[in-house]
Design a protein around this ligand. Structure first.
Ligand SMILES: *Cc1c(COP(=O)(O)O)cnc(C)c1O
Length: 386
């Protein structure tokens, strides 16, 4: 067989199982409406929950930073890539999230790998919710720790697993808002378990920052939590509209990550522009209360519409609303039907979700109008099999 033969067979298998993924080419910025291939689609597929990815105020912050600092950081943070803007952004985030100190990583993926591979040494055991995001799973794999998966949000099972653990270091890792279901981890109870069993609690708030909590400051705000056990990770590429990620924790944790996290040390620092955009985005969440309020209004509207029309969407209070249909082909067919009506609602299939739970994943944003959400609900009522 030729050197590519095995891959060709693998690709053919993906086609056969309805699992081949393709990329849609966008011709303009992210937003409630996107243009692609000459068509305009109402977009319910992005993580741009506050509609900030193309916000004029963030574009201006980016332009200013580029004019002042250039486009590239030029080096890793520990060599010479750490600018005043990066430093200020870390301090701003610590205040925003209510954490003692923060460290700016190149992405959420890199941050989670860094946290788990650094804290999870040979003497550690990592306890991971079975529906955790891929980068927590990969971080656990990259660590030297024993990895124990527990059933989704199952506190009793986690308690038992922690009870019998003999590891010197215990680490509970969980999505704070689960990325494919939109449900929120029982963070208060998880923290209580971590206190009882002397464990770290690693919280991935990629989908909570900018969305949950009265001020949109994320899951820690939502539950009023401050604890030296919490290692908090929030991304900048979703509700905050830009790119990058912060880890917030006790000063010793942040210093240890700075010294030891390979995904922090051996990678180029973010363009300073990304730090400026992050700061401006946090300022906007605080100063323009209509952002979080609009998103919350659309979420409430969508839940009401689903109830009224008998659409079986999960009861989510976040921006993410799954409609589980089962087979990948069913999800793809429904998504295609919606696209023909000008509605972009992605089909999510294994391996992103467990087999048998393929779904449509609706994500709502602050830039959707009431009419957009009404159109979505009408489309779903017609296109989703029940
Ligand atoms: C998107 C996402 C990440 C990765 O963040 P990036 O900054 O895009 O690398 C991590 N965790 C969860 C739960 C996510 O949804």
């Amino acid at each position: 067989m030729s050197i590519t033969g095995r891959l060709a067979r693998g690709l053919a298998a993906l086609d056969r199982d309805g699992l081949r993924r393709t990329r849609r080419i966008l011709d303009g910025p992210q937003g409630a409406k996107i243009s692609s291939g000459g068509a305009t689609l109402l977009n319910f597929s992005s993580n741009d929950y506050l509609g900030l990815a193309n916000d004029a105020r963030l574009r201006e912050a980016a332009h200013r930073a580029i004019d002042e600092m250039g486009v590239g950081a030029g080096a890793s943070a520990l060599v010479s890539g750490h600018s005043r803007l990066h430093e200020q952004a870390e301090q701003r985030f610590a205040r925003f999230a209510g954490v003692p100190r923060a460290l700016l990583f190149a992405s959420g993926y890199a941050a989670n790998l860094g946290i788990l591979a650094t804290l999870g040494d040979r003497d550690a055991e990592i306890f991971s919710d079975e529906l955790n995001h891929a980068c927590l799973i990969d971080g656990a794999r990259l660590s030297r720790a024993v990895v124990t998966r527990y059933p989704h949000r199952d506190l009793e099972a986690l308690d038992k697993a922690l009870e019998v653990s003999t590891a010197a270091t215990r680490i509970v890792a969980t999505d704070a808002v689960f990325s494919m279901d939109g449900d929120i981890a029982p963070v208060v109870e998880l923290l209580a378990l971590c206190e009882r069993h002397d464990a770290w609690l690693v919280l991935d708030d990629a989908h909570g920052i900018g969305v949950v909590g009265d001020g949109g400051h994320g899951t820690l705000e939502r539950f009023g939590i401050r604890s030296p056990r919490v290692v908090y990770m929030a991304t900048l590429g979703k509700a905050l509209g830009g790119y990058g990620a912060f880890v917030g924790a006790e000063p010793e944790v942040i210093e240890w990550l700075t010294q030891r996290a390979r995904t922090y040390i051996y990678t180029t620092a973010l363009p300073p522009m990304a730090a400026a955009v992050a700061m401006r985005a946090m300022d906007l969440v605080d100063s323009d209360r209509s952002l979080v309020a609009n998103l919350q209004a659309r979420i409430a509207q969508f839940r009401g519409e689903c109830e009224r029309r008998g659409i079986r969407a999960g009861a989510s209070e976040t921006a993410i609303h799954p409609i589980v249909v089962g087979a990948p082909e069913t999800a793809v067919a429904a998504s295609g039907e919606l696209a023909r009506r000008g509605l972009l609602v992605p089909a999510i299939r294994p391996p992103s979700v467990p087999a048998g739970t393929s779904r449509l994943r609706v994500s709502l944003t602050a830039s959707h109008t009431e009419d957009d959400v009404a159109q979505l609900a009408a489309g779903l009522a017609q296109c989703v099999p029940r």
